[in-house]
Write a protein that binds this ligand. Sequence first.
Ligand code: UGA
Length: 435
Amino acid sequence: MKPMSRLDDIPSTPGKFKMDKSPYFHRTRWQSSVAKLAFWSLVFLGLIFIFFYRSPSSNPASSDPSRRSLRTYSWGGPAWEKRVRSSARVRTRHGVSVLVTGASGFVGTHVSAALKRRGDGVLGLDNFNDYYDPSLKRARQALLERSGVFVVEGDINDAALLKKLFEVVPFTHVMHLAAQAGVRYAMENPSSYVHSNIAGFVNLLEVCKSANPQPAIVWASSSSVYGLNTRVPFSEKDRTDQPASLYAATKKAGEEIAHTYNHIYGLSLTGLRFFTVYGPWGRPDMAYFFFTRDILKGKAISIFEGANHGTVARDFTYIDDIVKGCLGALDTAEKSTGTGGKKRGAAQLRVFNLGNTSPVPVSDLVTILERLLKVKAKRNITKLPRNGDVQFTHANISSAQRELGYKPTTDLQTGLKKFARWYLGYYKGGKKASS
Ligand SMILES: O=C(O)[C@H]1O[C@H](OP(=O)(O)OP(=O)(O)OC[C@H]2O[C@@H](n3ccc(=O)[nH]c3=O)[C@H](O)[C@@H]2O)[C@H](O)[C@@H](O)[C@@H]1O
């Protein structure tokens, strides 16, 4: 059989009139095939170009020096938008749709799950950075995924991503929990605090101010803003202009920035000053968490004391109480008053302490852990280092009680019992190392 020529490869349409295969005819068919091929190649290349040019996730962070520290995340596309919409869909009549930043963080996970449980629409956002073991963040993400919360992977400094999220969903509220936390780490990596707690917060507010409708924003401040304040219990009316760490200073800056956006753009803003939050799925950088790990490993722990053997104590607050405070703040948040970036009237601006009103010395926390873990701790008593830690915190919560219906009900003993049970289960009886 004669081998088929390339041109013979092109199938003829059955039943149609076949012209004579004159040499001229051969040339025209060949030319038209090449033209077709070239045309479709151009269309294909054009589509690839449009896709990469328009895709916001392809904006290389490195092309803009101010955004160099951003990792690029992949987001966008119809399937992604569908997941975003579905996760943020409100399932009850009076429900709200909330964008939760830092959703795979400790407080973020608990708040997102609680909102979803009561039928609100919830969309998470998290950059999954490696400040502490990212696998714990991934495990929290999987937990949320199972309850129907999609956590978008991205950074609050990414304006294009935030704008896109508001384009896809007209969020009524933002629960802003993404932050660089931890008091002592601020001496090691100061710029990470500026990046997340200041630049990231401003970026988020910029997008919120232009969103239509503008959402109401509830966000995490910190008890550390009281700094060197000595009046106890700490009241929202007390001085907060003497921060003892850069972390505290960036949280205080956040409170001032909130004031500005409320004043100029009519954004409704509520700051919550959390007091040493602890519980299951907690943060491995916090003392109660790494004390547990080290006690189980038989490793010595440092327990700080103040000058003249002064007691170091914290108003440790259990996660479930904090979640109730967050929901109370969302439920009582009034609407923002601006549109199209312009203020139309005065908007709500609030700040609340969310503590337990019952400070406990750190040495007592260790005694409780010893009882729960049935292991004696190797205690090293050391002087409170001059790295930003303050000696004592104690919240006056009357304002949150009155306005948010906030009423903490879990004492440290009960809360740590729940934490220890979770820890031993999650880390397989403490055998699997936590970092
Ligand atoms: O409430 C807050 O505002 C802050 O609470 C915690 O900060 P902190 O209270 O310092 O919590 P831990 O780092 O867990 O320390 C708890 C206590 O243990 C003490 N500590 C810490 C570490 C250590 O090795 N030994 C020790 O005795 C600290 O001085 C402190 O009194 C969080 O880490 C902050 O993100 C949060 O904003």
